[in-house]
Write a protein of this length. Structure first.
Length: 309
C-alpha cells in the first residue's frame, strides 16, 4: 500500500471533501477519487460513502485513517532518521584486518563514544577476502581491507572504495644476518641474498606471497614458502628463531632479533581502503565512520605513515 493513498485518506477524514484534499495535495479531484478507490480495493472494504455533496468515512475508513496517521508519522520519523542530513544513529557492522582496526578504527570509536553516542559499531577482525565476502553477504556494512602496489586488488563495480592510507614494507630478516643485506641496491638483489632460505607468508591472505613471488621472479628464483602466520608478532618470532624471512611493515617497531630491510626498485607499499556496497556510503552512521577514518588518514594519524602516502 502506498503512503500517498493513506495520506489522502487521512486528509479526507480531516477535510471531508475530495476537492479540498486535491487542493492541499496539489492534484485533481479525480486523482484523489481514483487513488482512494484503489486503496479501498486493496483493503477489501468500503472506506467512504456519499454524504450530500461531500463524502464521509465508513467505520472501516475511520479505523484505517487512525492507522494512517500512525503509519505516516513513522514513515516521517524514518525519513528524518535515515536521510543524508539526519543525525547519525544506528549500528554499523565493520569487518577489517587487525592493523586497521587497532590503529585506525579504535581511535575513531573512542571519539564517537563521546560525540555520537547513538552510533554503535560492531567490530570483527578479518582478512580482506573474508571481510569482502561478508560485505557481499550483507553481514557487515564496512570492510577495512588492504592490497599491495605489486599485487593490486581487482576492481569491483558493485563496491564503493575509499582510499585511507599506505605504509612502506620491507624484508624481515634475523638481526644477525642483516650484514648479508649490505650492498643490495634493489629488491631483487636483496631477495637473491636469501634465495636458499625458507619464506614466511600470511596464512589467511595470498597478497604478500604474490609480492614475494613477483620480486623473486625478478631475481630468477621462486621463494620456498614453508611457514604461514596471520600474526605479525608470530612472523617475527619465526624469523628470530631462524626459521625463515618474510615481509614486514617497515615502520612497525620490531623485536631486537629482527631487522626490517627497506625494499627499493621496486618499493613495496601496503594500501588500506574502506569499502562499502555501492549506494550505501551515504547512510549517516556509516558515512560518519568513514569520514572520521579518512580525516585521521589525511592528518597522518594512521599506522606507518610515509611521506606523500
Amino acid at each position: 500500500m502506498e503512503t500517498r493513498r493513506l495520506e489522502m485518506l487521512a486528509e479526507l477524514e480531516r477535510l471531508g471533501s475530495m476537492r479540498a484534499v486535491a487542493e492541499v495535495m496539489h492534484t485533481t479531484t479525480s486523482t484523489v477519487s481514483q487513488q482512494l478507490a484503489v486503496l479501498a480495493h486493496e483493503m477489501g472494504a468500503p472506506l467512504f460513502e456519499p454524504d450530500g455533496r461531500r463524502v464521509r468515512l465508513t467505520p472501516y475508513g475511520r479505523r484505517l485513517a487512525e492507522h494512517a496517521v500512525t503509519i505516516l508519522a513513522a514513515v516521517e520519523a524514518a525519513r528524518r532518521d535515515l536521510g543524508p542530513t539526519a543525525e547519525p544513529n544506528g549500528t554499523v557492522r565493520v569487518g577489517g584486518f587487525q592493523t586497521a582496526v587497532s590503529g585506525s578504527l579504535l581511535p575513531v570509536l573512542r571519539e564517537l563514544s563521546g560525540s555520537h553516542p547513538r552510533v554503535h559499531v560492531l567490530v570483527r577482525e578479518h582478512e580482506p577476502a573474508e571481510a569482502l565476502g561478508m560485505l557481499a553477504a550483507d553481514e557487515v556494512d564496512l570492510a577495512l581491507v588492504y592490497d599491495y602496489n605489486l599485487s593490486p586488488a581487482p576492481p569491483d563495480p558493485a563496491l564503493a572504495v575509499t582510499p585511507l592510507w599506505r605504509t612502506r614494507w620491507g624484508l624481515g630478516v634475523p638481526a644477525e644476518e642483516a650484514a648479508a643485506c649490505a650492498g643490495a641496491r634493489t629488491s631483487p638483489e636483496l631477495f637473491a641474498r636469501f634465495r636458499e632460505r625458507e619464506w614466511i607468508v600470511n596464512s589467511r591472505n595470498t597478497a604478500d606471497e604474490e609480492v614475494a613471488r613477483r620480486i623473486g621472479a625478478l631475481a630468477d628464483f621462486t621463494p620456498h614458502v614453508t611457514h604461514r602466520a596471520d600474526s605479525l608478532d608470530l612472523v617475527e618470532e619465526l624469523i628470530t628463531a631462524g626459521l625463515g624471512v618474510g615481509l614486514l611493515p617497515q615502520d612497525r617497531p620490531t623485536t631486537a632479533g629482527v631487522r626490517v630491510v627497506p625494499l627499493e626498485d621496486p618499493a613495496v607499499y601496503m594500501r588500506a581502503y574502506a569499502v562499502t556496497r555501492l549506494g550505501h556510503r551515504d547512510w549517516p552512521p556509516l558515512a560518519l565512520v568513514i569520514d572520521r577514518l579518512t580525516e585521521r588518514a589525511e592528518a597522518g594519524a594512521f599506522p606507518g605513515r610515509v611521506a606523500g602516502g
